[in-house]
Structures are given as C-alpha cells and as structure tokens.
Design a binder for this molecule. Structure first.
Ligand SMILES: Cc1cc2nc3c(=O)[nH]c(=O)nc-3n(C[C@H](O)[C@H](O)[C@H](O)COP(=O)(O)OP(=O)(O)OC[C@H]3O[C@@H](n4cnc5c(N)ncnc54)[C@H](O)[C@@H]3O)c2cc1C
Length: 236
C-alpha cells in the first residue's frame, strides 16, 4: 500500500526517521518488521525490510532508517519529504515479539545501531510493562548523535536504560559484550529470571546467540516461546 509521509527528521549523515499516515486496516504486533519501498516509474527500486518503531496503538507508522551511500533504496529514500508517498508492505512479521518469549522477570533488550527500532515499538506497547517486572534497554551506537532520535523517549519510559558508544567518548563506552564482561549489565542473570531480545549486526547477533546458548538460554520462535529471541537489524 502507498502511504503519505507526515514527518521526516535527519540526525546524522547516516541516520533519519520518518512517519507516515497509518491506514485503519494496517495491523501489526510490536517488534515486527515490514517491507518499505519507493514506487518510481523510471526505475525499479528494491523494497527493503524495516522494523516499525511506532506502537501498535499509534495512529501513525514510523521508521528509523540508515542512509547507505549508494544503497539501492536508501540513497533515494533519504530524500523523501512530507507529502510524498512511500510503499509499506501489508504483511508485517518478525521474531522480536512478546508471543515468542517466555514472560515474567527481567527483560533485556540488546541493540546495536538501528537494531533499536523494534524495541521502540515494544516500549510503546503497554503490554510490555505488564509482561515483565523490569525492562532493561542496552543500546550501543558508534556516535552519541546516533542516539538523538530516541534517547529522550527511552529515558522517559519505566525502564533501565544503558546507552554506550564505540567510536566516541561518552558516559558508558564499549560494546555490549564488554558491558557484560564488566558486569555492568546482566549481573547474576539466568534463563529462569532474565529474558533476552537481540537485534544488531550479523556479528553481534551471532556472538550474543552463542553466548546465551552456552549459558543455557533457549531460542524462541513463532512455534515455541523461548528465553531469548533474535533478529538481524540488516543483512550484509
Ligand atoms: C529484519 C530486518 C529489519 C530491518 N530493519 C531496518 C530498520 O529498521 N532500519 C534500517 O535502516 N534498516 C533496516 N534493515 C536493513 C534494510 O532492510 C536495508 O538494508 C537498508 O535500508 C539499506 O537499504 P539499501 O537498499 O539502501 O542498501 P542495502 O543494499 O540493503 O545495504 C547495503 C549495505 O549497507 C549495510 N546496511 C544495511 N542496512 C544497515 C543498517 N540498518 N545499519 C547498518 N548498516 C546497514 C549492509 O552492510 C549492507 O550490505 C532491516 C533488515 C532486516 C533484514
């Protein structure tokens, strides 16, 4: 379906966010992704997977987007303006949903870069806070400016927020793996008491998946709820 753009905000030369109207028929679960594209009569522009950052009850759709230099979609998508139309696929799907995770205890949402996107939707869903005693968000970006888009919103939620950077000095520095090693996060965590979501680069997901598997966490899917779930933030 084609939907009208209602808001566009650019943060860095690599990152922007946009909102569109939400057709009344468009339904999704917090944490899901859908296809996004641009219809262009002159050339075929590929549609790409995008996590929805708006909440399931919001009256708008929202997306956080990377700008890849020479990227088939984003080199064009980054120029959209209010009033333009974008294509949004009407079959949202994904594994980072509450349905795929055992509920209760502590929830840890681990993200790098645009991997924060599905968690923003989850944080906008009141069901998340009804489902866990404690919600923790751990978000690592290269630069501080890459957190501008959602830092204030996350800080305003009833969650514990750990944001770190890897290429610039900030209050908390280093990769998620380092924060775990230093026991700054996930201290005394166990599969019984702590449920995990993972969303980042392929390397990040693979490293995290191996770490949690080795410590007894079981991956959940649409077939069976687990103690952790993961989805790549992009394919390389
Ligand atoms: C399940 C899923 C959900 C996704 N959700 C989002 C999202 O919410 N926001 C978003 O910006 N992208 C998201 N992506 C990535 C997105 O589908 C596109 O890859 C991205 O928009 C770039 O499109 P492109 O055609 O310009 O370049 P592509 O040809 O798709 O990508 C070119 C290269 O850029 C790098 N790249 C692509 N996306 C990213 C990224 N997000 N962060 C860092 N490097 C990247 C990769 O190395 C890739 O090989 C998601 C991908 C998957 C599989």
């Amino acid at each position: 379906m084609l939907v009208k753009v209602t808001e566009v905000e650019h943060y860095t030369e690599r990152l922007f966010r946009f909102r569109t109207e939400r057709p009344a028929t468009f339904r999704f679960s917090a944490g899901e992704f859908t296809m996004v594209g641009i219809e262009n009569a002159e050339s075929v522009i590929p549609k790409r997977a995008y996590s929805i950052t708006s909440g399931p009850y919001d009256n708008f759709l929202e997306f956080l987007s990377i700008k890849v230099q020479g990227g088939p979609l984003t080199s064009i998508l980054q120029n959209i303006k209010i009033g333009d139309e974008v294509f949004v696929g009407d079959k949202p799907t994904g594994t980072l949903t509450l349905a795929n995770l055992e509920l209760g205890g502590n929830l840890w949402l681990l993200a790098t870069g645009t991997g924060i996107a599905p968690y923003i939707s989850l944080l906008r869903d009141p069901e998340l806070f009804n489902s866990f005693d404690n919600v923790n968000i751990v978000w690592t970006t290269r630069l501080i400016a890459e957190q501008t888009c959602f830092k204030e919103f996350i800080a305003s939620t009833a969650s514990n927020f750990y944001c770190s950077t890897t290429r610039e000095s900030s209050e908390l520095e280093g990769r998620v793996q380092l924060l775990i090693e230093k026991k700054m996060i996930l201290k005394d965590a166990s599969p019984k008491t702590d449920k995990i979501m993972i969303c980042g680069s392929i390397d990040f997901n693979n490293e995290m998946k191996m770490y949690f598997n080795n410590k007894g966490w079981q991956e959940g899917s649409t077939k069976i709820a687990g103690t952790f779930v993961q989805e790549r933030a992009f394919v390389s």
